[in-house]
Design a protein around this ligand. Structure first.
Ligand code: ATP
Ligand code: MG
Length: 393
């Protein structure tokens, strides 16, 4: 039996004139996500993307899995294609295609969608006939229109008739690449991969910046970040990652800045360096995993001092979230287990015993200027390492 994937557009349907552009990006992202699972024809019509396998060896289980992580889709179904667009063919296909599901169920109903108005049978008739045929073949079943175990969908569309069970929920959001580009400051922690996921969901194409301070931070710590990004990239698409050598800057911080301002000045330097990389990569915003009040460097005052270092808009999608809420998303996107692996992040080297929770911007700026990081910042920017990250399946 021939199968197809039917994907329902999400928020794209709210777009007006540039809807075509959104759909083109969405189709491109779907094609990229399906890479390696087989050859498909991908088309769209009536707020639906059709993925038609072009050979029998397409891995549709894997394709379904991947499609479930593409932003811009509200729902998706794996469906049988009826041999002909006739009621007889629908009646022959539905009980066979959904046999396993129907055998296990106690109750069912049929829902027909007839978007091809030229089809000679109206929806109530399609439902009645299909329901009757299913009852003949599975006499143990009962019809329950309010709370059925299984709903059998019959869709009569322009190019064919399709049968499927309940659609699966799509990843939501809007297609990656339609919301512009931004730099995610990524550590090996729990928060920043979640922040990356959340902004990709709003259509942002990500470039990543990671600060490493060898030998205080290990090679393993950087590998962990690569692994986290490849998990995020299953949703966000490929990601270019910059590793910034941060050791000399941190040593200078330790030597030349007041200890209680160490963290705040370090965060300012991270913002400034990330902003330079962002500009070079056509990115218009920075993204961090900061959450208000989580640690000393994330109080309202500290965030103000950090924010002052960047001219670009800074997105902090986790700002109002509790740690547990963030962890729940980390589980969902499968980054949690990697995030809790115990490798040092540069934030945890030379941390002050008593960081300022209410830093005064004027003093912070003065301390940073006095130490004069400009030459070391330039040196770091000359020695960036680039890694290209693809999804890990
Ligand atoms: P995370 O779990 O994301 O590490 P956190 O709660 O540990 O966050 P901080 O260590 O204060 O908080 O970091 C705040 C934010 O600063 C991070 O979410 C991330 O965006 C950025 N950041 C921290 N360390 C690094 C790093 N080594 N490289 C790049 N960005 C970093
Ligand atoms: Mg951290």
């Amino acid at each position: 039996m021939k199968e197809i994937l039917l994907l329902k557009d999400g928020e794209i349907v709210l777009k007006g004139l540039n809807r075509r552009q959104f759909e083109d990006v969405l189709k491109r992202n779907i094609r990229t996500a399906l890479f390696g699972t087989g050859q498909y024809e991908i088309t769209s019509a009536q707020s639906t993307v059709y993925i038609k396998p072009l050979s029998d060896d397409c891995d549709l289980d894997e394709a379904c899995d991947r499609v479930g992580r593409v932003f811009g889709l509200a729902a998706y179904s794996r469906a049988a294609v009826c041999e002909e667009k006739t009621l007889e063919s629908v009646l022959a296909t539905a009980p066979v295609y959904l046999a396993k599901t129907l055998r296990r169920a106690k109750t069912f109903k049929v829902e027909a969608k007839r978007s091809d108005k030229k089809f000679p049978h109206k929806s109530p008739e399609i439902c009645r006939e299909t329901g009757g045929e299913i009852l003949r073949r599975f006499p143990h079943l009962r019809v329950d229109v309010h709370n059925p175990d299984v709903t059998v969908y019959v869709e009569i569309r322009d190019f064919g008739a399709y049968i499927h069970a309940d659609p699966l929920r799509g990843a939501g959001g809007i297609p990656v690449g339609t919301g512009g580009k931004a730099v995610i400051l990524i550590s090996g922690g729990i928060d920043s991969p979640v922040a990356a996921y959340m902004m990709a969901k709003r259509g942002i194409k990500l470039t990543a910046v990671h600060f490493a301070s060898p030998p205080y931070t290990s090679e393993r710590a950087e590998e962990k970040v690569v692994k986290l990004l490849s998990k995020v990239s299953r949703y966000a698409g490929s990601i270019k990652m910059y590793t910034v050598p941060f050791t000399k800057i941190q040593e200078k911080l330790r030597d030349d800045c007041p200890e209680e301002l160490f963290t705040i000045i370090m965060r300012r330097l991270m913002m400034q360096i990330s902003e330079r990389i962002a500009r070079d990569n056509d990115c218009a915003a920075l993204i961090t995993g900061e959450s208000l009040g989580q640690v000393a460097s994330q109080t309202i005052g500290a965030l103000g001092c950090t924010n002052d270092a960047a001219d670009m808009v800074v997105f902090r999608p986790l700002i109002g979230m509790d740690k547990q809420e963030i962890i729940n998303i980390a589980y969902k996107i499968d980054t949690y287990e990697t995030s809790i692996e115990p490798y040092e992040d540069c934030c945890t080297v030379f941390t002050p015993k008593h960081p300022r929770t209410k830093p005064i911007l004027k003093f912070v700026r003065e301390a940073q200027e006095r130490a004069d990081f400009a030459p070391l910042v330039e040196e770091a920017l000359q020695n960036l390492k680039i890694t290209y990250i693809n999804p890990e399946y």
